[in-house]
Design a protein around this ligand. Structure first.
Ligand SMILES: *Cc1c(COP(=O)(O)O)cnc(C)c1O
Length: 373
């Protein structure tokens, strides 16, 4: 933590080289045995809260040539951070009446519905040429994409895809983080069957967890997000990815409270022994969830084996830590503690908050001192 970090309540350190290493690791997995699969990257939600404008060029440098955002606004903001020739796909497609804007912004839509197909066809007619687009089909998640019924109807209707230059046919898995779930093979079969009824194009089915289901799920392009950012794509198994994020906060003050003394709003924690308490300047206003009250822990980096429990309610700007188990180890004001670090992982912190790494990362707000290494 550098000195400027003291101005903020907490410091977020984002390891860009770890993101590049994760990209290379995933590429290595999908190209095993000489497979021609390539890896793209989901950089929606500001690259899961880590700063897409910093992350996208690093991924391009690592070899990534396909990027995915959710919204037209996200794509437009990122267009100039990577080469113009590298497509940025807008997963939600063009909002009604915005096809022209999307095209002008240099973005490629994912067409999810008959209405979106029609928007793109109309624009192509106006421009007098076929326009590149990805087509998404619903292989069983019932979220985005053309349904089996729609695909069958379109296949019998002339000119359904006239003016659309299909650069990708894609779908998304609902249960890829649970390898034994029957939906994985059901969606694989549906994807094979339905994609054959669409115009021929490279195919993409898997995000992070799907990559670990095996080569049958890889097709031409994988679209990882979470795994690039260090989130475990194989929950319940050791994390194959390199950690990317460290979240630290400095101790503001410490006190010793007697047995029976409560701590924080609602007197939610009551000391059962004389307790040494440290206050940190991070709270739910920083996206450190209030559901972590009386759950989760911090770690003093020099003593990683000692878990220091979060006690009492998480406030908007602060939380309290029980540091009694550090004994006589001095903890002066300014001492940095890890809330996410090498010894207390993102998964643990998310688990304590009753959520997943995805939500914790995307919620980490704008108040932290951020440094990229
Ligand atoms: C978010 C998203 C991804 C990336 O998912 P991860 O689980 O983060 O790897 C890929 N494809 C689509 C359609 C998505 O919405």
């Amino acid at each position: 933590m550098d000195v400027a970090a003291q101005w903020a309540g907490g410091a977020l350190t984002i390891d860009l080289s770890a993101i590049a290493a994760n990209y290379r690791h995933l590429t290595e997995i999908v190209t095993r045995g000489g497979a021609k699969t390539v890896c793209g990257a989901a950089i929606k939600a500001d690259a899961y809260g880590l700063g897409a404008a910093r992350v996208a060029p690093v991924l391009e440098e690592a070899g990534c040539r396909r990027f995915f955002v959710a919204h037209l606004s996200e794509g437009a903001a990122l267009r100039n951070t990577i080469s113009r020739a590298v497509p940025i796909f807008v997963l939600h497609g063009p909002p009604p009446g915005t096809s022209e804007d999307l095209l002008e912004a240099g973005l490629t839509p994912v067409l999810n519905s008959p209405e979106q197909l029609e928007e793109w066809r109309v624009l192509a007619r106006k421009r007098g040429k076929a326009l590149p687009a990805a087509i998404q089909l619903d292989s069983g998640m019932a979220r985005f994409g053309l349904t089996a019924d729609t695909i069958a109807t379109l296949a019998e209707t002339p000119d359904s895809y006239t003016g659309i230059d299909p650069v990708l046919v894609m779908s998304h898995l609902a249960c890829a983080d649970t390898p034994e779930h029957p939906a994985n093979t059901a969606q694989l079969d549906a994807f094979r069957h339905l994609s054959a009824l669409l115009p021929a194009a490279p195919r993409s089915l898997s995000a992070s967890s799907g990559i670990f289901l095996g080569p049958d799920w890889h097709f031409d392009l994988a679209r990882p997000g979470a795994a690039l950012y260090g989130i475990n794509p194989t929950p319940g198994q050791p994390n194959p990815m390199t950690p990317v994020v460290r979240l630290q906060a400095r101790v503001i003050q410490t006190r010793i409270i007697p047995e029976g003394q409560s701590v924080g709003y609602g007197a939610l924690f009551v000391a059962r022994r004389p307790t040494r308490v440290a206050l940190l300047g991070i709270g739910y206003g920083d996206g450190f969830h209030r559901s972590t009250s009386n759950r989760g822990c911090a770690v003093l980096p020099s003593h990683p084996d000692i878990r220091l429990p979060i006690i009492g309610r998480v406030s908007m700007d602060s939380l309290a830590i029980d540091i009694t188990d550090l004994g006589d180890i001095p903890v002066p004001p300014g001492t940095p503690l890890d809330l996410i670090g090498p010894h207390n992982t993102l998964e643990e912190a998310a688990d304590a908050a009753g959520t997943i790494g995805y939500e914790l990362l995307t919620d980490l707000g704008g108040r932290y001192h951020r440094s990229y290494v």
